[in-house]
Ligand binder design. Structure first.
Ligand code: DX5
Ligand code: ZN
Length: 227
């Protein structure tokens, strides 16, 4: 992945689904390179969002958009192929949903997507120590999964620190992603903690001017990169 980091990943969970194409195009016009797709099944999390068809429709808006698919679903193995066929460039699975995580990561890779593993707020980073060489990205949930528009959980920043140290200790090269409660007030602090990819749903899609908001947030991240 050759993106200049840190990078913003707008989450379409917060987009107006009656204008999804228009709003995704606006985010891309504002400079977004990643589109974060929050997939929810109503079992692992108490909400239902959308499936491969929507991921496919969004991926057809632009060949350049990097489709970052976050599976908040039970039995993710059953859906890896469908999301890859729909255009997923990266698939992240929750460690809490994978009995055979190493095999699930191999399955994602076998279908041509990059691999991500997700940790809920109460899951320690040390649980994934054995598979740090198998992942391209580690997503730390900074809210309890299921809904956008929640408050950022501050203790996530100490998990970022632990993960940065683990990555160095293991000579690994995965990206660190944060998802939930990111906004213009905390985005700089989160990026300065060492986060490479920052998901933002409501901060982007509730803005009057989506393109301008994406550009503003990415500019804030570019300033961190330059520090
Ligand atoms: C929770 C979702 C949200 C979403 C971002 O399951 O994963 O974290 O992506 O929501 P905001 O940015 O609106 O908090
Ligand atoms: Zn997400």
């Amino acid at each position: 992945m050759n993106f200049s980091l840190p990078i913003l990943a707008p989450s379409i969970l917060a987009a107006d689904k009656a204008q999804l194409g228009v709003q995704v195009q606006a985010a891309l016009d504002g400079g977004a390179q990643w589109i974060h797709c929050d997939i929810m099944d109503g079992h692992f999390v108490p909400n239902i969002s959308f499936g491969p068809d929507v991921v496919g429709a969004v991926s057809r808006i632009s060949d350049e958009a990097f489709m970052d698919v976050h599976l908040m679903i039970e039995n993710p193995d059953q859906y890896i192929e469908a999301f890859c066929d729909a255009g997923a460039n990266l698939i992240s699975v929750h460690v809490e949903t994978c009995v055979h995580l190493h095999r699930t990561l191999q399955l994602i890779r076998s279908h041509g997507a990059l691999t991500g593993v997700v940790l809920n707020p109460a899951t320690t980073v040390y649980q994934i120590e054995p598979i740090l060489q198998e992942v391209d990205l580690v997503l730390l949930m900074s809210v309890n999964p299921g809904f956008g528009g929640q408050q950022f959980i501050p203790s996530t920043l100490s998990k970022v620190q632990e993960l940065v140290e683990l990555r160095e200790l293991n000579d690994a090269s995965f990206l660190i992603q944060i998802d939930g409660g990111v906004n213009s007030k905390n985005i700089t602090e989160i990026a300065e903690a060492g986060v490479d990819v920052l998901v933002a749903g409501n901060a982007v899609f509730s803005a009057e001017d989506i393109a301008a908001k994406v550009a503003e947030l990415q500019e804030r991240l570019d300033q961190v990169q330059g520090e």
